[in-house]
Design a protein around this ligand. Structure first.
Ligand code: PMP
Length: 425
């Protein structure tokens, strides 16, 4: 019979070590917010495959849509023979994206590809090379997206050089001493020291940093960036690969901004576990590249489009945007409850159901506690809860439980988390 240990041994012998793995667990099946491993153990899933499962594992309506699509046609390549689900998905996302202007969309396969295409489109439209990203940001594992990512280890180690004309300004982070003024000033410093604004094509930021630690971009920061963008003809790109598809209480997190971005990337939960990503934005910007300049063999696959359209239906039928907000309140209240008796938890924060806690030695904000974070994640797994950490300092535990999870299951996960902290005291 299969065991996790035996499969781990085969994995280590057959798979390159550069592909990391949080838990030494092999899955056998999954349903909504629960997973069973090959030894028959059950887990509550607070990881959601890294923000991919807002609609849960194996949602019956999404599985049915995919099965129906597979029986009709699974691949033609949209650039060879087109199909309606791609166009319908574009129409739906164009209508959902904020901003009082006409929008157009394209579809790709991964989040990194969506970001790559955002940069391509921004450069084609502005005819400028520069891109300004932010400290602690994460944008993917391809060369350009690694260049944009604002954290060296482990992502960039040994992989350079990265594309040029990429610069990093400070992402505001009140908890770690970076104010909105500091962050906006750091952009001005880039204009002074590194690249004149007339050569910058775009700013790219996450409305809530995902891998970086679930830090929410303050509205006055976003408004400040928009003002700089308007002054110098720079585009504003919202990377919503992790924040999008309803995680933060609105379909796109940037719907809550006081200003609209020009381009939005989306992936992960938009198709409930099937690989598709998208770029939606200002029509004249999206139309800048000439025919043939954008696309890909599998880009916007019929299966991904069918899954994404089913996800949109499920969001409406099950009112998952409202659920995202109430789930966020439940998680925040539950985590605050745990924090009341755990001095190490120095912060509970988030937007909608994108919620995290940050751990410090003895609660001292100058001493991030990555070791305790690792221990809590491991202890919780032993007790049947799958968690993910994140953060520039590796000291953040993030919750990405499916929005479709019942209150009962969410509470079960929270009590396992509380017990894990208690066991480590
Ligand atoms: N941007 C953000 C904000 C992300 O969180 C991620 C993935 N964690 C990516 C881009 C890259 O997406 P993918 O792994 O699908 O390439």
């Amino acid at each position: 019979h299969l065991s996790n240990a035996a499969l781990m041994a085969r994995r280590h012998a057959a798979v390159a070590r550069g592909v990391g793995q949080t838990h030494e667990i092999f899955v056998s099946r999954a349903s909504n917010a629960e997973v069973w491993d090959v030894e028959g153990r059950r887990y509550v899933d607070f990881a959601g495959g890294i923000a991919v499962l807002n609609t849960g594992h194996c949602h019956p309506q999404i599985s049915a849509a995919v099965k129906a699509q597979v029986d009709l046609y699974s691949h033609t390549c949209f650039q060879v023979l087109a199909y309606e689900p791609y166009v319908e998905l574009a129409e739906r996302l164009n209508a959902l994206a904020p901003g009082n202007f006409t929008k157009k969309s394209i579809f790709l396969s991964t989040g990194a590809e969506a970001v790559e295409n955002a940069v391509k489109v921004a450069r084609a439209y502005t005819r400028r090379p520069g891109v300004i990203a932010f400290t602690g940001g994460y944008h993917g594992r391809t060369m350009m997206t690694l260049g944009l990512t604002g954290k060296v280890a482990p992502y960039k180690l040994g992989f350079g050089p990265f594309p040029g004309e990429v610069f990093h300004a400070l992402y505001p982070n009140a908890l770690h001493g970076v104010s909105v003024d500091d962050a906006l000033h750091s952009v001005e410093l880039l204009f002074k020291n590194d690249i004149e604004p007339e050569r910058v094509a775009a700013f790219i930021l996450e409305p809530v940093q995902g891998e970086g630690g679930f830090y929410v971009a303050p509205h006055d920061f976003v408004a400040g960036l928009r003002a700089l963008a308007d002054r110098y003809g720079i585009l504003l790109i919202a990377d919503e690969v992790q924040t999008g598809a309803g995680r933060t209480g609105t379909w796109f997190a940037c719907e809550q901004w006081p200003v609209a971005p020009d381009l939005i990337t989306t992936a992960k939960s938009m198709a409930g576990g099937f690989p598709i990503s998208g770029l939606v934005g200002r029509a004249e910007v999206m139309d800048a590249p000439a025919p043939g300049g954008l696309g890909g063999t599998y880009a916007g696959s019929p299966i991904g489009c069918a899954a994404a359209l089913a996800v949109l239906e499920v969001f409406e039928a099950e009112q998952l945007l409202a659920r995202s907000r109430t789930l966020g309140e439940r998680l925040t209240a539950g985590l605050r409850g745990i924090a009341a008796s755990e001095p190490a938890i120095g912060d509970v924060r988030g937007l909608g159901a994108m919620v995290a806690i940050e751990l410090f030695e003895g609660g001292d904000l100058a001493r991030p506690d990555a070791a305790l974070t690792r221990n809590v994640v491991a202890e919780a797994a032993r007790r049947g809860l799958i968690l993910l950490s994140c953060g520039t300092y590796g000291n953040v535990i993030r919750v990405l439980v499916p929005l479709t999870a019942s209150d009962l299951l969410v509470d079960e996960g929270l009590s396992i988390l509380a017990a894990s902290f208690a066991a480590l005291r």
